[in-house]
Design a protein around this ligand. Sequence first.
Ligand code: SF4
Ligand code: SF4
Length: 188
Amino acid sequence: MASKPDTKAAGAPTNMAELAKSELAGLHAAIDTRAREVAAKNKGRLHCERGCSGCCVDDLTVFEVEAARIRAAHPELLKSGVPHAAGACAFLDSEGACRVYDVRPYVCRTQGLPLRWLELEHGLEHRDICVLNDEPVVGPWPTIVDLPIEACWTLGPAEERLSQLQRELCGDEAPARVKLRDLFSRLD
Ligand code: SF4
Ligand code: SF4
C-alpha cells in the first residue's frame, strides 16, 4: 500500500490541496451517489432546486480538508470575489445559487433529505427534515418518522470518514474547523 505524502513538508498547503482534491473528491462522489438514491426515494417530497437557499445559512464551518478543496478549485473567487452579505452563506450569488457547488462541503450535499441519527446511549432514533420538504409536492407521503430507513440519510458514517480523512491529511496541528465566510480575502 502506498504511503501518504508528508503534508507537513515545505509547501504543505499546495500538497494538502492536491491530496484533498483526489481523496476528498472520492468521498464527496460516494456521498453524492448515495444522496441521489435517497433523493429518488423521496422524489415527490423534495422541493430542493437551484435558487432555493433557505438552508444556506451563515457561519457554516467545515473541516480544513474541505476548505482546502474549495481553495484549490476557486482561487480567484476567494481572492477577489465579494462574499454574500451576512445573514446567509458567503458563497451564495445574487440569484441564490452556490458559487462553489462542484466542491461544496459534505453538509451541503445532503441538505433537504430526511435525516436520521441514533442516540446510542438511550437507544433513541431522531429524524429531521427541512420544513419545506415536510410538505409533499405531490400525493400523500408518510411523515418522516414513518419512512423506511433506506429512504433516510443516516448521519454518522460519512462524518466519521470525513473526520478520518481530516486527521490523515492535515494531522492534529491543522485547525479543525474553518468558517466558510473566512475563506474570502474580502470579509465585507
Ligand atoms: S457552500 Fe454552497 S451549498 Fe453550501 S451553504 Fe454555502 S451556498 Fe449553500
Ligand atoms: S433543504 Fe429546504 S431550503 Fe434547502 S434547497 Fe431544499 S427545500 Fe430549499
